[in-house]
Ligand binder design. Structure first.
Ligand code: AMP
Length: 278
């Protein structure tokens, strides 16, 4: 694994590989890597000749400065975890390396999907994410890029983004990796006490309850029931049952695009998200 800090250097190394007809798989991350990230990298390893991973804590997608300041930065441990799986680890040495000296953000039109759910509770988050992802995807120009379905709304927006910016990169969605109690793996879990980590298993429990028992209830009934299961353990920001493509509201279970149940809430001041699709 080669550590690269400059975009130019990465570009020229990848140019060589493309000239040798190697296929390239790309996994963008913000670091503090865990088995969820590793599952994306392993998938890229299986499907592509060359694997590129990036670690960049993107300031423009944080709507709370505190969250950005507290985001774990563990480059040494990250490198060790993925060194046998990755060819190029891109860690831009500064924010300017990505955005240039005068940071000018683009405003993408994703047709409203960016303002639903996470977009509503984290204003500007998806525009910030889309800006950095478009810069990184343009830089790497990979055949495939791998994203976790844990951030389902992000995945849907990135799919739209590649069309908007005319990129050929195939966006691959990878299943959510969970802890043994069902809690979705997240860098943020490290900030929880052991007790909270166990209690937060209720999120996946209640989402699975909806999946298993939805046909016995109306959408509103089960949404209330599942929210009640979690309330008291976590502070629920939202638990919404939506169309899996448009993320708009649905009126019955036989929704042709599928059902997407999305959750966000906090415990011990740590914000957790999870979802289930069926
Ligand atoms: P992050 O570093 O949090 O921006 O995440 C980088 C990528 O890893 C994103 O595509 C996430 O969706 C994905 N990811 C994070 N946690 C998980 C998980 N538990 N299971 C699957 N993918 C994940």
């Amino acid at each position: 694994m080669e550590l690269i800090q400059k975009s130019k250097e990465l570009k020229s190394l990848l140019k060589q590989k493309k000239e040798e007809n190697k296929t390239i798989g790309f996994v963008p991350t913000m670091g503090a890597l865990h088995s969820g990230h590793v599952s994306l990298i392993e998938r890229a390893r299986k499907e592509c000749d060359i694997v590129v991973c990036s670690i960049f804590v993107n300031p423009t997608q944080f709507n709370e400065k505190n969250d950005l300041d507290n985001y774990p930065r563990t480059l040494e441990a990250d490198s060790i975890l993925i060194e046998s799986l990755v060819d190029f680890l891109f860690v831009p040495h500064s924010v300017e390396e990505i955005y240039g000296a005068n940071m000018i953000l683009k405003e993408f039109d994703f047709g409203g999907i960016e303002n639903e759910l996470e977009g509503k509770f984290r204003p500007g988050h998806f525009q910030g994410m889309a800006n950095v992802v478009s810069i990184l995807l343009n830089l790497v120009q990979s055949d495939k890029a791998y994203f976790g379905l844990k951030d389902y709304q992000q995945f849907k927006i990135v799919e739209k983004l590649t069309k908007l910016i005319n990129l050929d990169t195939k966006i691959v969605g990878c299943p959510i990796v969970r802890e043994s109690n069902g809690l979705a793996r997240s860098s943020r879990n490290e900030r929880l006490s052991q007790q909270a980590r166990e209690a937060a298993a209720v999120i996946h429990f209640s989402l699975s309850y909806i999946h298993l028992f939805h046909s016995y209830f109306t959408i509103d009934e089960i949404q209330k029931k599942a929210t009640q299961m979690i309330q008291g353990i976590l502070e629920v920001e939202y638990l919404e049952i939506r169309d899996a493509e448009t993320l708009g509201k649905i009126t019955d279970w036989n929704n042709e695009n599928g059902v997407f149940v999305s959750f966000a809430g906090t415990i011990e001041g740590v914000r957790l998200i999870d979802n289930i699709c069926f």
